[in-house]
Design a binder for this molecule. Structure first.
Ligand SMILES: *[C@@H]1O[C@H](CO)[C@@H](O)[C@H](O)[C@H]1NC(C)=O
Ligand SMILES: *[C@@H]1O[C@H](CO)[C@@H](O)[C@H](O)[C@H]1NC(C)=O
Ligand SMILES: *[C@@H]1O[C@H](CO)[C@@H](O)[C@H](O)[C@H]1NC(C)=O
Ligand SMILES: *[C@@H]1O[C@H](CO)[C@@H](O)[C@H](O)[C@H]1NC(C)=O
Ligand SMILES: *[C@@H]1O[C@H](CO)[C@@H](O)[C@H](O)[C@H]1NC(C)=O
Ligand SMILES: *[C@@H]1O[C@H](CO)[C@@H](O)[C@H](O)[C@H]1NC(C)=O
Ligand SMILES: *[C@@H]1O[C@H](CO)[C@@H](O)[C@H](O)[C@H]1NC(C)=O
Ligand SMILES: *[C@@H]1O[C@H](CO)[C@@H](O)[C@H](O)[C@H]1NC(C)=O
Length: 195
């Protein structure tokens, strides 16, 4: 009896330790946010020098241009680099901005494909990639962002078929995909959301 109790306890302890260690591996904080944004900056060409001195390591990320932080957790909730004349690619580290609600790269000249790491931004509500030169497939993980309400991907070089998973986005209010090289059909369930 005592032995079995002990072994159950031991198993629970193991489970607990495992969960604790996997939680450590994914834990992020404002320092993670800062290094993610610095990684993004290092992939960006910034001819108007908008980020150059403003995104300074000696100031809080919450005071950086284009950044908003939430009052509660003091984490980056909005990254908005719209219309800044930027080019370059999107650093995969952006996927570490765990508290991001709004993301906009609208109206720049970013290229390359969207990194799969962005799939871990589970809080995203508004996403705008519009008016850039992003290429590759429109990723299926977009359809698995549970809170997504607005998705702009218009005027880019996306190609291939429209992912069926977009039909999962039950909170979707705005979807703008025009002026790309997409083919095929809209997922049929998508029309339910707009009717
Ligand atoms: C953020 O997390 C890292 C490692 O997990 C830790 O070393 C650091 O002190 C934390 N920073 C803050 C501001 O909490
Ligand atoms: C960065 O830009 C923001 C918004 O324009 C401004 O409030 C802040 O003072 C700037 N910081 C620096 C160090 O220039
Ligand atoms: C996200 O964007 C929407 C619409 O642009 C705005 O109403 C909302 O306040 C923004 N949220 C954050 C956290 O910046
Ligand atoms: C941030 O993201 C990168 C690339 O996706 C990853 O290698 C790194 O471990 C992450 N850092 C933290 C502190 O989570
Ligand atoms: C980004 O900023 C622009 C201009 O300030 C604003 O019109 C737009 O709604 C913002 N987008 C998001 C997703 O916050
Ligand atoms: C956009 O990207 C494609 C390759 O994906 C390239 O051929 C084209 O020149 C780019 N267009 C602009 C305006 O940069
Ligand atoms: C999301 O869409 C895919 C492809 O249409 C489907 O296989 C999957 O079951 C859907 N998942 C949810 C949670 O609705
Ligand atoms: C668009 O995609 C088709 C194949 O799906 C390809 O034949 C065509 O060259 C592409 N056009 C552009 C402008 O990339």
């Amino acid at each position: 009896m005592e032995i079995s109790c002990f072994s159950i306890f031991f198993v629970l302890l193991l489970v607990h330790c495992f969960m604790a260690s996997s939680a450590v591996a994914v834990r992020t904080n404002i320092t993670t946010d800062k290094s993610a944004l610095l990684a993004l900056k290092s992939h960006i060409n910034d001819p108007n020098k908008i980020l150059a001195s403003n995104w300074s390591t000696s100031t809080s990320v919450c005071n950086w241009v284009g950044i908003k932080c939430g009052a509660k957790h003091l984490r980056v909730t909005s990254l908005n680099l719209s219309h800044m004349g930027l080019s370059g690619t999107i650093a995969p580290q952006i996927g570490n901005l765990t508290f991001l609600f709004n993301l906009s790269f609208r109206n720049n000249n970013f290229h390359g494909s969207l990194p799969n790491e962005l799939a871990s931004l589970r809080r995203l509500e508004v996403v705008s990639f519009g008016l850039n030169n992003f290429s590759g497939m429109l990723p299926s993980w977009l359809g698995f962002l549970p809170k997504l309400q607005v998705l702009y991907a218009y005027t880019n070089s996306f190609e291939g078929s429209i992912p069926e998973s977009l039909g999962n986005l039950s909170s979707l209010k705005v979807l703008h995909l025009s002026e790309n090289n997409l083919s095929g059909w809209m997922p049929s369930t998508i029309y339910n959301f707009f009717s």
